[in-house]
Design a protein around this ligand. Structure first.
Ligand SMILES: [Zn+2]
Length: 342
């Protein structure tokens, strides 16, 4: 075994010539062919940075999307982006969002072209991220299906077609981002897991679900303050995920109040332990990363343990994201050495 594998949850900062830095949802600074070329160059840079930092599973840094949910939805038909409406997101904050007005369809592949390009940039395993069905539903106003469950099932079918093409393009890990799983526990039980399983149906590559407490935006920081001294949200969903077809679960553990022993509820699954806090510019030391992984390692078998970030790093300054990746790698090495696996 070549030591504990490392990866980021998905996004990295974009170059300052492509989009305004340190901003979520930052608009593109290029257009037309320049934008197409610019996105490619940005993927190339994101790969180089990850490889230089020593990361083992490589993503495209989400360089071709503005937002982890809406950019995917923008590529579907049946959604109106002009006449947006206000909804409450994750039961936490209001946002003006696109409206589903007729049947949603994927008329063409969304990220498959980018994934093919990513594949040419490294021989390491690669990961691609997609929004999860429940989180997609929770980031829209539905004026057509009038049922979160039916719309989520529809999205699951669409995601499944996209995922199969990503797999054929050489993607080794396909991740679904489902922060909404941490909020709507009844829905997760009744249809959330079923929709996720539909999205991964027939895939042979590894499948991942990422469930975090959100980026370091004010609404999320305030929400975290209301969660008390022990964040036990995962306790509701881990037993369901343990029984599901999903191979890997990506979690927020660094600087979080999640009782680490909850990981044992995921027995048999790979656990991507979030060992880098993306809500602070403070760079973790390798020792801090090691401590978090060490604690997690008591509840998950070594072969199932992966080191990851809590969430995406899109809104961090570039050099900080890079240094955080280096600490992730070096902290993982400390534990790998102790375990005698490198
Ligand atoms: Zn996240």
């Amino acid at each position: 075994m070549a030591g504990i594998q490392t990866c980021i949850s998905g996004s990295l900062p974009k170059p300052e010539w492509l989009a305004e830095p340190e901003k979520l949802w930052s608009p593109w600074l290029l257009d037309g062919d320049e934008l197409i070329e610019g996105k490619k160059r940005a993927i190339k840079i994101a790969v180089e940075e990850q490889l230089k930092a020593g990361i083992s599973i490589i993503t495209d840094g989400e360089q071709t999307r503005q937002h982890f949910v809406t950019t995917f939805i923008e590529n579907l038909s049946g959604v109106d982006f002009k006449n947006k409406k206000k909804v409450r997101i994750r039961d936490r904050y209001d946002a003006v969002v696109p409206v589903v007005f007729e049947e949603v369809k994927r008329l063409k592949p969304v990220y498959v072209h980018d994934a093919r390009y990513l594949r040419t940039q490294t021989n390491n395993p690669i990961k691609y991220t997609l929004p999860g069905p429940m989180t997609m539903v929770d980031t829209l106003f539905d004026d057509y299906y009038k049922s979160r469950e039916i719309l989520a099932l529809k999205f699951a079918e669409i995601l499944n077609s996209e995922a199969k093409e990503l797999e054929a393009a050489g993607v080794n890990y396909i991740q679904f981002d489902e922060p909404a799983f941490n909020v709507f526990f009844d829905d997760v039980k009744h249809w959330g897991i079923r929709c996720l399983e539909k999205a991964v149906q027939g895939l042979k590559c590894k499948t991942v679900v990422h469930i975090c407490y959100g980026y370091g935006i004010e609404a999320n920081i305030n929400w975290k303050k209301t969660l008390g001294n022990e964040w036990r949200q995962y306790e509701n969903i881990f037993p369901l995920l343990a029984k599901s077809k999903i191979n890997q679960i990506s979690l927020e553990c660094q600087n979080s109040k999640v009782p680490i022993d909850l990981i044992k509820l995921l027995r048999g699954k790979d656990v991507l332990v979030g060992s880098i806090d993306v809500a602070t510019k403070e760079i973790e030391t390798p020792e801090q990363v090691y401590q978090t992984l060490k604690k997690a390692s008591e509840f998950v078998e070594t072969k199932n343990l992966y080191a990851c970030t809590n969430c995406g790093m899109v809104n961090l300054p570039k050099y900080i994201a890079y240094e955080k990746m280096k600490s992730l790698v070096n902290g993982s090495k400390l534990l790998s050495k102790e375990l005698g696996i490198i």
